[in-house]
Design a protein around this ligand. Structure first.
Ligand code: AKG
Length: 372
């Protein structure tokens, strides 16, 4: 029986729990889900250098690698991505400071149960779930660079909610997100090339995207074989770009097996999410992934999630559907899907299909057109 908050929710006191020999029952996952990966994924390490320089041969090669990886499992890594190592390190330093704050301070910044606002702290997602909790703390910051009323949304949030002392944290995270958004747009160009559609189709669609940065802290766990750092799930958003430290623990489901991802120094991890799967009419897979915990080492990652602006209609370009290859998903918007994914018990491989079933049953005259 662990510490409880005023709503009866589990309080994830990571400093105390990492020393505890027995795992609280809230963190136990079914044994059959916990089978460890026996091999590594042979995902491509895509060098973006040639593509950025406009080298046609290297661009074609990168697009080919990307197409194969995204059709098989939706996962790849990128190098020469242009994100300065100093801004990545600076973001990690701010995050370390945040997770080292006293528990009371972190709890004062926590997400409210039932709220759709992604901003804030969460200990083991206990504001949403009571069982099969993930062994981690998270801190999430919403990013929207193109909102003219608030171009420095993260700085303002950090100052107003965390306090004036966190203005510096805000600037670092703001710069990190601005840079990651630019990289995300670049990757959408390569995705478009690989799919044979207009190179700027997705860049234009995501130019004014909403995104968010989620910092994950996985403390050591005395019982690593009984729980997950992050349970198996697909990301509901479009693209995820993750920076992970060198500890390892990320695994991807491919060819009916869980496969471990070897951390590549200097690389960023990219995966396709459900919304991009809809935007390419299912040609690319939303990646099913999970994160394991470590008995001795803490692990830290920063996920950057790219999603369309609230009012944009998620619909594949004309070239990707036809009478022979009908549309797999009806039109929807990101806020509709986000809300569904937050109310659905957990995001997994079935979330988007369940969302579509729900959408079509609640709006029978919806905008789904199955043919060109
Ligand atoms: O930390 C990781 O390796 C994965 C994180 C993740 O899947 C998430 O934050 O959704």
């Amino acid at each position: 029986m662990g510490l409880r908050d005023e709503n009866g929710g589990f309080v994830f006191d990571s400093a105390m729990l990492q020393k505890q020999a027995n795992l609280p029952s809230e963190f136990l996952w079914p044994q059959e889900d916990l089978v460890e990966a026996q091999e590594e994924l042979n995902e491509p390490l895509i060098d973006l250098g040639g593509f950025k320089r406009g080298d046609e041969v290297e661009t074609a090669r990168a697009a080919e690698l990307l197409s194969k990886a995204c059709s098989e499992h939706g996962f790849f890594q990128v190098t020469n991505h242009g994100i300065d190592a100093t801004i990545i390190q600076a973001a990690h330093n701010e995050i370390d400071t945040f997770f080292n704050l006293p528990l009371d301070k972190k709890l004062s910044l926590r997400k409210k149960p039932g709220s759709l606002n992604a901003n804030g702290y969460s200990g083991a997602h206990a504001h949403r779930f009571q069982s099969k909790l993930p062994w981690k703390e998270t801190y999430t910051l919403l990013h929207h660079e193109n909102d003219p009323s608030n171009p420095n949304i993260i700085v303002d949030y950090c100052k107003s909610v965390m306090g004036e002392d966190f203005e510096h944290t805000g600037w670092i995270c703001q710069r990190y997100c601005n840079a990651l958004k630019e990289l995300g747009l670049l990757i959408t160009e390569l995705l478009a090339i690989s799919l044979g559609v207009d190179r700027f189709h997705y860049r234009n669609f995501f130019e004014d995207c909403v995104s968010m940065m989620r910092c994950n802290y996985y403390p050591p766990c005395q019982n690593p074989g009984l729980t997950f750092g992050t349970g198996p799930h697909c990301d509901p958003n479009s693209l995820t770009i993750l920076h992970q430290d060198q500890v390892g623990g990320l695994e991807v489901f491919s060819n009916n097996k869980w496969k471990a991802i070897r951390p590549e120094p200097g690389a960023l991890v990219v995966n396709i999410g459900d919304t991009f799967m809809a935007l390419c009419n299912g040609r690319y897979k939303s990646c099913l992934h999970r994160a394991m915990v470590n008995r001795n080492l803490e692990r830290k990652t920063i996920a950057f999630f790219l999603s369309p602006r609230e009012d944009r209609v998620v619909r594949p370009p004309q070239e990707l559907f036809s009478r022979e290859e009908p549309r797999k998903y009806p039109d929807f918007t990101w806020p509709e899907f986000w809300e569904f994914s937050q109310k659905h018990y957990r995001s997994d491989v079935t979330t988007i299909d369940n969302f579509i079933k729900w959408k079509l049953s609640s709006k029978p005259s919806g905008t789904f057109t199955s043919v060109a």
